[in-house]
Ligand binder design. Structure first.
Ligand SMILES: Cc1ncc(COP(=O)(O)O)c(C=O)c1O
Length: 362
């Protein structure tokens, strides 16, 4: 991989995942600056890029208490890179996983989300056997309809049970407003985010009034950080997509730059105005729509479903062999498809970083 450092990006073999280094660093700095001096702090979500070199830059920028992970393998990758504080904002289930979980808890400060007593008792048992303590956040469903207990009394009941268990510590609440991150109207987004987190805050008050301390409420996202980050009682903001961005997320968080792209090459000019590039759904996350062609607003990808082809209509005057950059509709599933990310500046590759958390890791 070191052989490509210094080369022009258009000379890379394709498809290749690219990140504009200065743009990514501006995104990281912008987010860190927002949280400077505030009581809420960042806990950036690793699931965006799954690359520990980027995570290290997010932590080094400041205003961050640690990282968020979506799965155990991500937390293990972060720990291997020296990150000492990780929240797995998800349920970890299964004997083999719990064995790994408690091993990891022996190395770093680890918290994990749960939404059932069964999770808590299983983790408690495994942690007690291993001689470690695991921090637990009760996930409350504030409207997304994914995991999570209903806010209010069910969360209090579970908190009461957790404090009686050995080798686990009740640390607070996990609350993610995923159903609101793409609300286009900023005022509507603000109002609905306040309503949603009101339920988490009410749950916090209920638990605290029963004499059980709630150390943190963790939640939030890139497009809501300036809302959730100002709500008193929300302690950690799990913004994910801001280092890379993608074309759909840029519509709701335009203050961050799109730094991510995929370099592809024209392999065919089969009809007038049409060009075919050498990347398809196996190289571009596309659940939110086809990719866009960077720098050519008029060129478009009418449908996107081939495994290794991308058909561009109203294509510019490209020749077979020319390189082009695509911007994905979803950065997070795109990064998951690559082992390496090429960092570029002024058109040249300046570094190549492994994406340690990518692929079908458990
Ligand atoms: C639990 C959790 N927290 C936070 C986020 C926020 O990420 P983003 O900033 O990419 O919207 C996500 C996104 O999937 C998530 O699943």
């Amino acid at each position: 991989m070191t052989g490509v450092i210094g080369s022009r990006i258009e000379d890379l073999d394709t498809p290749a995942l690219l990140i504009d280094g200065p743009a990514m660093m501006r995104n990281i700095e912008r987010m860190a600056a927002f949280f400077r001096g505030r009581s809420a702090q960042l806990r950036p979500h690793f699931k965006n890029h799954k690359c520990t070199r980027i995570a290290q830059r997010q932590l080094a920028a400041g205003s961050a208490v640690g990282m968020t992970a979506a799965k155990l393998a991500e937390a293990e990758a972060l720990a291997a890179a020296g990150v000492e504080d990780v929240l797995i904002a998800n349920q970890v289930v299964g004997e083999r996983k719990l064995a790994r979980l408690v091993k990891l808890a022996g190395r770093i400060r680890l918290r994990v989300a749960i939404d059932h007593l069964e999770h808590a008792t299983a983790i408690s048992r495994a942690a007690a056997d291993a001689g470690v303590t695991v921090g637990l956040l009760i996930e409350v469903d504030i409207g997304m309809g994914r995991c999570g207990l209903p806010p209010g009394p069910p969360a209090l009941d579970l908190a009461r049970r957790i404090v009686e268990l050995p080798a686990v510590r009740f640390d607070g609440l996990q609350a993610y407003e995923g159903h609101l991150v793409s609300v286009a109207d900023a005022d509507e987004r603000r109002q609905r985010v306040h309503e949603a987190f009101g339920k988490a805050l009410e749950t916090r008050r209920l638990i605290e009034s029963a004499g059980i301390p709630v150390a943190v409420i963790s939640g939030g996202s890139t497009s809501t950080h300036a809302i959730t980050g100002l709500i008193e009682g929300i302690d950690e903001i799990q913004a994910g997509t801001y280092p890379t961005m993608d074309w759909t997320y840029a519509q709701v968080a335009p203050e961050f730059e799109i730094a991510l792209s995929i370099l592809a090459r024209v392999i065919s000019r089969p009809r007038p105005g049409v060009a075919v590039l050498d990347v398809g759904v196996k190289g571009v996350g596309h659940e939110f729509g086809p990719p866009r062609v960077k720098g050519y607003a008029q060129a478009h990808v009418p449908a996107f479903g081939s495994e290794e082809h991308c058909v561009v209509c109203d294509a510019p005057d490209w020749r077979i062999g020319d390189a082009a950059e695509l911007i994905p509709s979803h950065a997070c599933t795109t990064c998951n498809l690559y082992r390496w990310i090429h960092v570029h500046e002024d058109g040249r590759v300046v570094d190549v970083w492994p994406i340690e958390g990518s692929g079908g890791l458990t």
